[in-house]
Design a protein around this ligand. Structure first.
Ligand SMILES: Nc1ncnc2c1ncn2[C@@H]1O[C@H](COP(=O)(O)OP(=O)(O)OP(=O)(O)O)[C@@H](O)[C@H]1O
Ligand SMILES: [Mg+2]
Length: 326
């Protein structure tokens, strides 16, 4: 295994009783890059992170993280990584600053260095004003930022981020993405898990799609989208009587068959024409005197990815499945 790879895994298997959480996963993450592990609930994302972070042992396969074998040299692995788990790990009864100082001391930074490191991170994550408030009173976005700051105290080269933005509103998500951009610019290697295609697209150099513990696709966002059909022209008509005409226009501009949904009064057609295709359609619609409620490019969703790759929708979370069964 070569040292240009921050993470290399071959055939990772993890079982919980009968349940195969990882069914032979291969991963290669070059140093300084971002790998996005994309999959629905129960796909095996957290299990993969836990195995690579040496929190649990695999039942098969091998992996190296920062050049160290996860089985034979877990201490070296742990020294090189930072892990932001799916559930917040900071202590709610300590302030933001106290959390960071405590973690620094646990890493034997020494009190003075632990304090200055905490100050640096509070500054970097825009938490200076909140530094002396209890973490339990932070908003979700502030907590996620504090989690991330906590993983960076010991300056790890490799970061594992398990669903870093789940539950955040769009603004908090954007802020966190900007922070991650900065980390990558500074040379970090990141393995992040997400249920959002948009997030993997925004952050990852390579996206690895997993389902039922298996890799079902991998590639950069562009090639993956090409594989699953890419952007779609999307129009919602004010009047359902216009649907047929709009479908004809969309087909002509997209150069591909359009799909009409009468209930939603919508027409969609796959296109790689980007904004120019939208502009062309907008001007045809206005020439034709057709009133629309919505017009634009729609990106494929995680559901589109799964429909295309597996022929089945992404598996709903257990509680949704129960609701559907009821
Ligand atoms: N400690 C455990 N004991 C038993 N089964 C487990 C355990 N951890 C995970 N599993 C099972 O392994 C499978 C993969 O779980 P995992 O938590 O890795 O999924 P995930 O992709 O992280 O899902 P989510 O998006 O909900 O976080 C699931 O079927 C889960 O129920
Ligand atoms: Mg998980």
């Amino acid at each position: 295994m070569s040292s240009t790879k921050a993470i290399e895994a071959v055939g990772l298997v993890k079982r919980y009783g009968e349940k195969v959480a990882l069914g032979g996963v291969d991963l290669e993450v070059p140093r300084g890059s971002v790998c996005g592990l994309l999959g629905p609930n129960g796909a095996g994302k957290t299990t993969a992170v836990r195995v690579l972070a040496t929190l649990t042992e695999p039942d098969g396969g091998e992996a190296r993280v920062a050049g160290a074998d996860i089985r034979t040299d877990p201490v070296a692995v742990r020294r090189s990584i930072g892990l932001a788990a799916q559930d917040a790990t900071v202590d709610g009864l300590l302030t933001g600053r106290e959390n960071l100082v405590m973690i620094g001391e646990l890493h034997h930074l020494g009190r003075r260095r632990a304090r200055s490191r905490a100050d640096e991170l509070l500054e970097r994550f825009s938490l200076v004003d909140a530094a002396d408030r209890l973490a339990k009173d932070y908003s979700g976005g502030m907590r996620r930022r504090l989690d991330l700051a906590a993983t960076l105290v010991a300056e790890p080269q490799i970061l594992f981020l398990d669903e870093p933005t789940t539950g955040l509103d769009p603004r908090a998500r954007n802020e966190l993405w900007a922070v991650l951009d900065q980390l990558v610019a500074d040379g970090a290697t990141i393995l992040l898990t997400t249920q959002y295609l948009e997030e993997a697209d925004r952050l990852a150099d390579e996206i690895v799609v997993i389902d039922h513990g298996r890799v079902i696709a991998r590639g950069d966002a562009r090639s993956l989208k090409r594989e699953i059909g890419g952007d779609q022209l999307h129009v919602v008509c004010a009047d359902a009587d216009d649907l047929a005409r709009v479908a004809a226009m969309a087909e002509r501009i997209a150069g591909a068959p359009a799909k009409t949904d009468v209930t939603a009064r919508s027409v969609t057609a796959p296109t790689d024409g980007g904004a120019a295709a939208v502009a062309a359609l907008a001007s045809e619609l206005s020439r034709g005197g057709i009133e629309v409620e919505d017009l634009g490019l729609r990106q494929p969703t995680l559901d589109d990815v799964f429909l295309t790759l597996t022929g089945a929708p992404a598996e709903p979370a257990a509680d949704e499945a129960l609701e559907e069964a009821a």
